[in-house]
Design a protein around this ligand. Structure first.
Ligand code: SF4
Length: 255
């Protein structure tokens, strides 16, 4: 499933409400630093010169869409950056976020600006600065052991480690939403299960280090590129959330 417009929707998001999507990655293929086995956009495709929308194109498309929604009397909860890959890969991400906040203030001052990111670009100060300007930073950590993170997320740079990502996430002093997809299955003959006791214990420890203001845990919802994956039942997801809620964390379960 790919998004073919720079500004698309609004769509109803089970996690965010009425959401206008913004696409910063190519409109005809996915571009990401991960290649998650569950990615709704499918597998990464090798492309030598990916074509990204320019800052001016994004600003123009967003302005036109927000004006049209205002004219139609549509309400908006959130402007969300996600889509066909990792939005923070865009070289002008910081300026695009500044433009978006200015447009939001002009057209829908109550709407939030949110970014869904896989956390792999948090080594870049411009990306951290941009994310701190947003209302919501929804940052991925699918597993807290290197082995399971690599099996689930298939990072393009296989040197990236959980400890590095946790260190980068700590830059937000807990002012972010931690997002984790729970799943079981198999890929290329390797077992995938971030719900196993040892995996959960490592993930709970990472949560306690990071103290995120919110935690979103969710399950696969649509067709996945790897077919041998199982959706975790709702009651099991609630059991995963329970010890965190007991400690006072705000946990949203989408299952
Ligand atoms: S990080 Fe997101 S866009 Fe990238 S592969 Fe994973 S699910 Fe897909």
């Amino acid at each position: 499933m790919l998004f073919s417009e720079i500004a698309y929707g609004p769509i109803h998001s089970r996690r965010l409400g009425t959401s206008l999507g913004v696409e910063l990655m190519p409109l005809d293929h996915k571009l990401c630093t991960f290649n998650c086995v569950y990615c709704e956009c499918g597998w990464n495709q090798p492309v030598s010169h990916p074509k990204l929308p320019t800052r001016e194109q994004v600003r123009g498309a967003l302005e036109a869409k927000l004006q049209a929604l205002l004219n139609e009397g549509v309400s908006l909860d959130v402007i969300t950056f996600s889509g066909n890959g990792e939005p923070t890969l865009h070289p002008d991400f910081l300026d695009i976020i500044r433009d978006t906040i200015a447009l939001r203030n002009r057209f829908f001052p109550l709407a939030k600006v949110s970014v869904l990111s896989n956390s792999t670009q948090l080594c870049r100060p411009d990306v951290v600065e941009a994310l701190k300007l947003c209302d919501n930073r929804i940052l991925k950590l699918d597993a807290a052991t290197d082995e399971m993170m690599r099996r689930i997320d298939l990072p393009v740079n296989d040197q990236i480690s959980v400890s590095t990502i946790v260190r980068w996430l700590a830059q937000f002093d807990g002012n972010f939403t931690l997002q984790t997809c729970f799943l079981r299955g198999e890929h290329n003959g390797l077992l995938i299960d971030n719900t196993a006791a040892d995996q959960l214990n490592a993930w709970y420890e990472a949560v306690d280090i990071l103290h995120p203001k919110q935690i979103m845990i969710y399950v696969i919802d649509r067709k996945t590129p790897e077919e041998h994956l199982q959706k975790i039942p709702r009651d099991e997801m609630e059991q995963i959330a329970e010890p965190l809620r007991h400690k006072g964390y705000d946990v949203i379960v989408s299952a």
